[in-house]
Design a protein around this ligand. Structure first.
Ligand code: GDP
Ligand code: MG
Length: 440
């Protein structure tokens, strides 16, 4: 795909705002990539619609090509749709916390049960009991028992002929009596979704009241992903998803399908047959994988850098002219917060040593950035452009609006004045230098 997309992207060398045809052309390739990655068709459609909405008319910064811009928007939208960075298993409930594993046969439920139990035991120091409720597949219960022995995790003793619901009850009881923190129920699947399976899951759920219901699904699940996730979610309201076989060559499009259709987080991924092949879900990595292109990743990074650099240069230009109002300060605070502190943005400006010291003296920590941004957003547009307007009564209003003391508003205004003065002085002093270079 990267070649094809790259080719199209190269053609889009116009500058300015992205036109509908720029975006449509790039999106045709994106759509194909998503389908190749096994993303379900309805999800592909809603995804590309969202991207289109976001992309058409978006300004393209000077230093990157419009195509790169589309790619960045596609990537950002994908990451956003895949969900936040980390979703740990939630054990915030009275012990024994019950985790119920559901999914089709062969999805990797039993393996996943062992993996999660191992992590909870070894890393999180929890006492875990595993129970197999799979009375359908021959030797399924022994499979879990062996996993338990290998990883030194207790399993519920097997009683031949006992039915799943009764095993669940027995497991909960044993977990309570045995002082376990967590009890994991590994259920039986079917080759496909059918009514008896769903009824069984509902019954097990009713007697065990699980705190987590994890849907285990093969990353290779294609168009079925939507149906699968929807059915399990409707009937047993899942709390999260684990995607297995991410070590294979599947692109993991099922992640997007299942997340989009249920809104439930992907919590974990399985990356091998062994019990330690368990990883947290990272939306960025999956997004890269779904788009399936190494060079797209670097394209996206380049675009993001270019956008930041462009903003910084724009700011520097203004500063040099001695123009630096509170809008600029707010923008700068945002950038600083994003870059994790002082070094990034200010590092691009001349005379930075002195300023760094000054700002350090003002104790600019991350929370302070947030508070200061809150103060600025409590101001009117007029006030931001003309800080001189800010007399006592306005300051009081702003302080109340942003939940701080008036003294803090004053401190911010003083800092802004100092910075503006400094920038003016620097602008006059060294006409060109680093700034000149930066702006080409
Ligand atoms: P269940 O029927 O849902 O309980 O599925 P199992 O846990 O028995 O797994 C079925 C097969 O898939 C077994 O051979 C597992 O070793 C394999 N398997 C499970 N998870 C993974 C994974 O993340 N990667 C790979 N490569 N194989 C896996
Ligand atoms: Mg099993």
């Amino acid at each position: 795909l990267s070649d094809r997309l790259g080719g199209i992207l190269d053609k889009l060398t116009k500058r300015g705002a992205l036109s509908e045809s720029d975006v449509s052309e790039a999106l045709r390739e994106v759509r194909r990539a998503l389908i190749e990655a096994d993303v379900a068709l309805p999800i592909v459609r809603s995804f590309t619609d969202k991207v289109k909405h976001r992309a058409v008319g978006a300004e393209v910064v000077k230093s990157i090509k419009p195509g790169q811009m589309v790619v960045k928007i596609v990537h950002d939208q994908l990451v956003e749709m895949l969900g936040e960075e980390s979703h740990p298993i939630d054990l915030n409930a009275p012990a024994p916390v019950c985790i119920m594993m559901v999914g089709l046969q062969g999805a990797g439920k039993t393996t996943a049960t062992g993996k999660i139990a191992r992590r909870l035991t070894q890393r999180d120091k929890r006492k875990v009991l595993m129970a197999s409720l799979d009375t359908r597949r021959p030797a399924a219960q022994e499979q879990l028992k062996v996993l338990g022995e290998q990883n030194e995790i207790d399993t519920l003793p097997i009683i031949e002929g006992q039915q799943p619901v009764d095993i669940a009850k027995r497991a909960l009881n044993a977990a309570k009596l045995g002082g376990y923190d967590v009890v994991m129920l590994d259920t039986a699947g079917r080759g496909h979704i059918d009514e008896p399976l769903m009824v069984e899951m509902e019954q097990i759920k009713a007697v065990s009241n699980p705190h987590e219901v994890l849907l285990v699904a093969d990353a290779l699940t294609g168009q079925d992903a939507v149906n699968l996730a929807k059915s399990f979610d409707e009937r047993c309201s899942i709390t999260g998803i684990m995607l297995t076989r991410m070590d294979g060559d599947g692109r993991g499009g099922a992640a997007l399908s299942m997340r989009a259709v249920t809104g439930k987080p992907i919590k974990l991924i399985g990356t091998g047959e062994k019990s330690d092949a368990l990883e947290d879900f990272h939306p960025k990595r999956i997004a890269d994988r779904i788009l399936g292109m190494g060079d797209i990743v670097s394209l996206v990074e380049k675009a993001a850098e270019a956008i930041d650099a462009e903003k910084a240069a724009e700011m520097a230009r203004k500063m040099q002219k001695g123009h630096f109002d509170l809008n600029d300060l707010s923008e700068q605070l945002k950038q600083m917060e994003k870059m994790g502190g002082m070094s990034g943005m200010m590092g691009m400006l001349p005379g930075v040593g002195k300023m760094k010291k000054q700002l350090a003296a003002a104790n600019l920590d991350e929370n302070m950035f947030k508070r200061q941004m809150a103060i600025i957003s409590s101001m009117t547009t007029q006030e931001r452009a003309k800080p001189d307007l800010l007399k006592a009564s306005r300051k009081k209003r702003i302080a109340a609006g942003s939940g701080v003391q008036v003294a803090e508003v004053n401190k911010l205004l003083k800092m802004h004045r100092q910075m503006a003065d400094m920038m003016k002085a620097m602008g006059k002093g060294k006409g060109k230098g680093m700034l000149g270079k930066m702006m080409g």
